[in-house]
Design a protein around this ligand. Structure first.
Ligand code: ADE
Length: 227
């Protein structure tokens, strides 16, 4: 899988070298390429934004620069992900779907976002016919300074689902927000008593059927509490 990002802040992506994602990259399971949008701003001040048509606060990123940056990345079978708080909410199911793709391109907007014609252009038939799909995605109902951190969140959630990235695939099928949307049970490890709090008896019983029942009921309780 190849994952690319276009941003005016390439340094935001330094954490991709760390931890599980860094290991996946070193092992060749995923390849990252981060592109500096300003390289494509061929005006004197490397400006990438301008005032919005129709008026209003803030600045909008200019389509011409985005076009120059994205055109060379639009290979056959590409998922173009435009980060915006107005996008479809990212979840585990979406992460699993993106983990099956061969090429992801993250377009990180800043300011009031990217001129909407960029989305319209890459959604057109000439790209659809080459298996290029556009997704506007939000990681949650809050406004970030730009799409960089949102991209990192998505990249981490997606990368760990790429086959071979996590050693024990069982930990994927049992985990918190599995694709069916249910929450994980609480976990305990040694010691059996910590600050006078004992691990639930049942977990020490060795009765796997009862343990599974208990975990399922605890997971439901937890999910209801966090609604
Ligand atoms: N850009 C700004 N806020 C965002 C969010 N919540 N999700 C994705 N991209 C964003």
């Amino acid at each position: 899988m190849k994952i690319e990002a276009v941003t005016i802040f390439p340094d935001y992506f330094a954490p991709l070298q760390l931890s599980l994602v860094g290991k996946a990259s070193n092992a060749g399971l995923v390849e990252f390429a981060i592109h500096d949008l300003r390289v494509f701003a061929n005006n004197n001040h490397h400006t990438v934004d301008d005032t919005p048509y129709g008026g209003g606060a803030g600045m909008v990123m200019m389509p011409e620069i985005w076009g120059l940056a994205l055109d060379p990345l639009m290979l056959e079978a590409t998922e173009l992900i435009i980060l915006t708080p107005a996008g479809k909410r990212f979840n585990q199911k979406m992460a699993a779907d993106f983990a099956k793709a061969q090429h992801l391109v993250f377009a990180c907007g800043r300011y009031e976002g990217i001129d909407d014609r960029v989305r319209q252009h890459y959604e057109s038939e000439q790209y659809a016919s080459r298996n290029i799909r556009v997704h506007e995605v939000s990681i949650g109902d809050y406004v970030l300074g730009g799409g960089e951190v949102a991209s990192l969140v998505m990249i981490e959630a997606i990368t760990r689902l790429i086959p071979g990235v996590i050693g024990n695939p069982e930990s994927l099928s049992e985990e918190s927000h599995n694709e069916d949307g249910y929450l994980e049970y609480p976990n305990f490890t040694k010691p059996a008593i910590w600050r006078d709090i004992a691990v639930p008896e049942i977990l020490l019983s060795g009765n796997h059927a009862e343990i599974a029942k208990w975990r399922s009921s605890e997971a439901t309780k937890r999910a209801e509490k966090n609604l």
